[in-house]
Design a protein around this ligand. Structure first.
Ligand code: ADP
Length: 237
């Protein structure tokens, strides 16, 4: 049974569709890359999957016991978020907010979960540091630990390596790869086509032409061939 089943989804704003006919499934352990040109609707799809905005039509059905608030999300970094004046401990723990309900305080098991995820991300020694003082790579590890507090099943990552140097990006990809290998489904918005082809198991290409399928199917599809050619052209420009 899929963790997420997306059927005939239309996305957009004020009744105006940006993308229509989006269909895909995500199963435990899948690594789905969402690719497409700028402005094609990738972030809008992410917001819709997180129930931050309603679809214009179609259905998103969670399965395999997944609850709506059980999706771990790592947002694209804005300057305000980068300068956020909170400690690492506070930011990671805030990933447990979905478990609070009406309770105004965190329980010891939530604090233990935050510590465990900080250990998993190799940042347990940074707990008392202020988030804005960290390096770009450390910040992303903090946000990944936070996202892991919200889920054991599925992560949504919006451009998680953007702004990182090659070493930081490679470390981040390795961490995410380990999480996927441990059985967590990963959905990642990315412009990094080499990474999509290296790590991804599935590709969703949105834009004028839609494609959803395995990486191998994408490489053999007209959409895939065209997009990869355009990317190469862009790299050489
Ligand atoms: P991508 O993430 O692929 O770059 P987006 O999902 O951010 O694309 O945007 C898709 C389209 O939706 C763009 O044309 C953008 O201008 C438009 N858009 C994004 N956010 C809003 C909004 N809040 N209201 C109206 N239109 C928006």
């Amino acid at each position: 049974m899929p963790l997420l089943q997306v059927k005939d989804l239309a996305l957009g704003y004020d009744g105006q569709a940006i993308v229509e006919g989006v269909n895909f499934e995500v199963h435990a352990g899948d690594y789905l890359f969402i690719v497409g040109e700028n402005g094609s609707g990738k972030t809008t799809l992410m917001k819709t999957l997180l129930h931050l905005q309603p679809p214009l039509s179609g259905r998103i059905t969670p399965g395999d016991g997944l609850k709506d608030n059980e999706i771990g999300y790592l947002p694209q970094q804005t300057q305000i978020q980068k300068d956020f004046p909170a400690s690492v401990d506070e930011i990671v723990l805030s990933g447990c907010q979905g478990r609070l309900g009406l309770r105004p305080f965190y329980r010891s098991e939530e604090k233990a979960l935050a510590k465990e995820n900080m250990r998993r991300m190799g940042i347990e020694h940074l707990g008392k540091k202020c988030f804005r003082q960290l390096s770009g790579g450390q910040k992303q590890r903090v946000l990944l630990a936070r996202a892991l507090c919200a889920t054991k099943k599925i992560l949504l990552l919006d451009e998680p390596v953007s702004g990182l140097d090659p070493k930081g990006a490679s470390e981040m990809y390795d961490l995410i790869d380990d999480l996927q290998k441990s059985g967590i489904a990963v959905i990642m918005i990315s412009h990094d086509i080499p990474a999509a082809l290296r790590y991804g198991t599935h590709i969703l290409h949105i834009g004028e032409h839609l494609f959803s399928g395995t990486k191998e199917e994408y490489l053999n599809s007209e959409e895939g061939k065209l997009f990869l050619q355009m990317q190469k052209g862009g790299d050489n420009a």
